[in-house]
Design a protein around this ligand. Structure first.
Ligand code: ADP
Length: 746
């Protein structure tokens, strides 16, 4: 079957479910879809949060790793400065350049010398001269947001025992940081404590994050002492330090390579007091229409409480990703399966209803049939217990319907069979034994409850269940008396009709001879008249004698009377011929007329062992003729043929056939007798011509007249192989002729 047809059938199946179920399914699928979508969203949200937490951890690790790199570099620079020899600052500058190229998050690296109070003026003077502008050592009070650069937050440094002014900045500090030139690091509120710590502990110190311009910075500080190794005594350290190695790191640059892979991330730096400021490089904004998640991680700094916060909004592809698609597909599939299941259930219900309806109809038909039929029907199980009988059965047995149920069929239906062989099983048992229909033997009698005996016929048929196991049998019985009576009545009626028909044929035949008899009447009556005349003349002659012989006269008169009687009989016969009706012509089927005539001779043909061959033309046209008269003619020709075949018996062969063309219909009757002698062929149609000892010689003459009255003719001849052949030639009744005839009849 083509796919399109299958698809069409499938769609029809799906369309078959009720409208209410369709709406319910739609609602269910929407609900399911919404539920699964929510689940999917929840999972996607959790997953996103997990990814963000992992990302925050990764950023922390990266920051720590780069800080370690910076510390190693600072250590190396400090070591370089501690080495003996001149021009160390130049080397340091070149190291700063190389390092900055390699580690771009290092803004600058530089040596910041300790300036005692007594050298301050000279120092400032030298710096002013070198820079070509006024230079003073300054203090700075950070603004509320911790940023640098506002002019009003700077002032000339207060008097202290020593200063660490910010000078050397390699390789190229930003413009914002230029503003920090001259800052006294030692007394700065942010960097100062870290520097003091670095001096007293002789370790590298990391300052808290410091916002300079748009960026957050970290300062790494390492004190350098007069001796190569730092004094072990903290008091000596505080006296013997000569400056500090300073490294400035840009926090956002430290994470630049890590966060470049996440352009949608947004960053904040949260300070220990809880305030937070935006991470400078966090540029991309999340799409606010989708949920945004936040993750934070502690910065790996000595100063506690600084946290890096990152936020990222979910993206559409995370929503419309594979899971959501799978959920939609799954929901659709589930709904389709549910739909299909409902459709199949619906179809099954429909089929069941149809089957029940069919079953009910068949049951009704069977019940009505069983109630309507005149045959008695009884059903019984394998224990011969009757569980059904129709009203005819109850009537035939002569007892009530209820009384019969549950009874043993062998006891209730008392059967006796004439000529039954002893030991033969009853038909009930036999049907179940042979597992086939068992017919009641001929001359089976049923004894009714009243004791009356009925000649019955019938059969017992076994009944099987679906597994072909025998579950009982059905007995059908009928009283043959009504049927026999009907048959007898029919037989009598048909015999009566046959006799009437024969009488009618004979009568018509006689009427037809009337015309011929007229021509032969003279011959017939002439003889008795001549005899009467001669007897009368003889009697007169005798009476004229003197002694008349009375005896002789009496005898002559008796003979004359006999002859007169004969003449009277001839007249009487003629009266009988003419006493009936005139011709009544109708359209006739020639085949039917031939068949009717043959039916009358059937017995005779059998008796005389004559073989009959019939060859009828298919659908010959009708002829316009008197039915009885035509049959009489055919009958006469057939009788002549039977007579002619007397010498060849028992090898007589009679052939009757019909033929037709557009205008004529021919009925041919031929035999295998001696045929017609050539010199007699012209005479046989003459009235009173006969070659038979007792023949009247009127048959053919009558036949010819009758056929001529119908507009036809009879031809006689011999067949080439021997035997005579008579042909009745009649005009065919054409459509126009039939119409004319119909008009006449009207
Ligand atoms: P009938 O039968 O009384 O002799 P018909 O007029 O019927 O009178 O027949 C006239 C004669 O025609 C017959 O005596 C017979 O000699 C001859 N004839 C008729 N039919 C046949 C036939 N089938 N074969 C030979 N001769 C026949």
């Amino acid at each position: 079957m083509p796919i399109a047809t299958q698809l069409h059938k499938h769609l029809q199946l799906l369309r078959a479910i009720p409208r209410r179920s369709k709406v319910l399914l739609l609602c269910l699928s929407l609900l399911l879809c919404a539920l699964l979508s929510m689940l999917c969203l929840q999972q996607a949200t959790d997953e996103h949060q997990r990814q963000l937490d992992a990302e925050a951890g990764k950023l922390q690790e990266d920051l720590h790793e780069r800080l370690q790199l910076a510390l190693i570099t600072l250590d190396y620079a400090s070591e370089l400065l501690r080495q003996p020899g001149s021009d160390k600052l130049t080397q340091l500058g070149s190291l700063a350049g190389q390092t900055s190229a390699r580690l771009p998050f290092i803004d600058y690296l530089g040596w910041q010398a300790r300036i005692p109070a007594e050298q301050r003026s000279a120092f400032e003077a030298v710096q002013s001269r070198q820079r070509g502008q006024h230079f003073v050592i300054r203090d700075h009070w950070p603004s509320s947001d911790g940023s640098w650069g506002a002019d009003n937050s700077w002032q000339t440094a207060a008097t202290h025992s020593s200063y660490v002014p910010l000078l050397m900045q390699e390789p190229s500090p930003s413009l914002d940081q230029h503003a920090m030139q001259g800052l006294d690091l030692l007394h700065d509120p942010v960097l100062g404590p870290s520097l003091q710590q670095a001096i007293t502990t002789a370790t590298v110190q990391v300052s808290p994050p410091l916002r300079i311009g748009q960026h957050w910075h970290l300062f790494l500080l390492q004190a350098i002492y007069d001796s190569k190794l730092p004094p072990s005594n903290p008091v000596l350290r505080d006296e013997q330090w000569r400056g500090v190695m300073l490294m400035n790191l840009r926090l956002d640059a430290m994470l630049a390579s890590s966060i470049s892979a996440h352009p949608a991330l947004q960053f904040w730096l949260q300070k220990p007091d809880g305030s937070r400021s935006e991470w400078p490089s966090g540029s991309a904004r999340a799409d606010s229409s989708l949920p945004t998640h936040l993750a934070s991680t502690l910065l790996p700094l000595p100063a506690d409480g600084y946290q890096l916060q990152i936020a990222q909004a979910m993206q559409w592809r995370q929503w419309l990703g594979l899971p959501l698609l799978a959920i939609f597909t799954g929901t659709a599939l589930l709904c389709y399966l549910l739909w299909l299941m409902l459709a199949l259930l619906q179809r099954q219900r429909h089929f069941r209803q149809q089957t029940l309806e069919q079953l009910h109809r068949e049951r009704e038909q069977a019940t009505v049939t069983l109630h309507a039929i005149s045959d008695a029907v009884l059903a019984f199980d394998t224990h011969y217990r009757i569980h059904y009988l129709n009203p005819s059965a109850a009537m035939l047995l002569g007892l009530g319907h209820r009384a019969a149920l549950g009874q043993d069929v062998r006891e209730l239906v008392r059967m006796s069979h004439e000529f039954a062989r002893p030991g033969q099983p009853d038909p009930f048992t036999r049907a179940m034994q042979i597992r086939d229909t068992a017919y009641l033997p001929d001359s089976s009698y049923l004894t009714r409850c009243s004791g009356e005996k009925l000649l019955v016929e019938g059969s017992v048929s076994p009944v099987f269940d679906r597994q072909a196991a025998l579950i009982g049998a059905v007995l059908t019985l009928r009283d043959t008396a009504p049927r026999r009576q009907r048959m007898l009545a029919n037989l009598e009626a048909s015999e009566r009709r046959l006799r009437q028909h024969e009488q009618e044929l004979a009568r018509v035949g006689r009427i037809n001879t009337m015309g011929e008899m007229a021509s032969g009447i003279a011959h017939e009556i002439n003889q008795p008249l001549c005899a009467i005349l001669s007897y009368c003349q003889a009697s007169l002659s005798l009476l004229e004698e003197d002694e008349a012989d009375v005896q002789l006269v009496r005898r002559a008169m008796q003979n004359a009377a006999t002859q007169a009687q004969r003449a009277g009989q001839v007249i009487q016969r003629l009266r009988e011929f003419v006493s009936k009706r005139t011709l009544h012509q109708n359209p006739l089927d020639p085949n039917q007329s031939v068949s009717n005539a043959l039916a009358l001779l059937e017995y005779e043909l059998q008796q005389q062992d004559i073989h009959l061959e019939m060859c009828f033309a298919d659908n010959p046209p009708n002829i316009h003729a008197d039915n009885i008269q035509l049959e009489q003619v055919i009958l006469n020709l057939l009788r002549n043929a039977i007579d002619a075949m007397e010498p060849v018996r028992p090898w007589g062969r009679l052939t009757v056939s019909t033929r037709y063309d557009s205008e004529r219909v021919h009925i041919l009757i031929s035999d295998n007798g001696p045929g017609i002698a050539a010199d007699l062929q012209d005479k046989i149609f003459d009235p009173f011509f006969s070659t038979k000892p007792n023949g009247m010689g009127l048959g053919l003459a009558i036949c010819q007249t009758a056929i001529e009255n119908m507009g036809g003719q009879i031809m006689a001849g011999n067949r080439p192989g021997g035997g005579a052949e008579f042909v009745i030639d009649l005009p065919a009744l054409t459509t126009t002729a039939a119409a004319a005839v119909a008009g006449e009849e009207v």
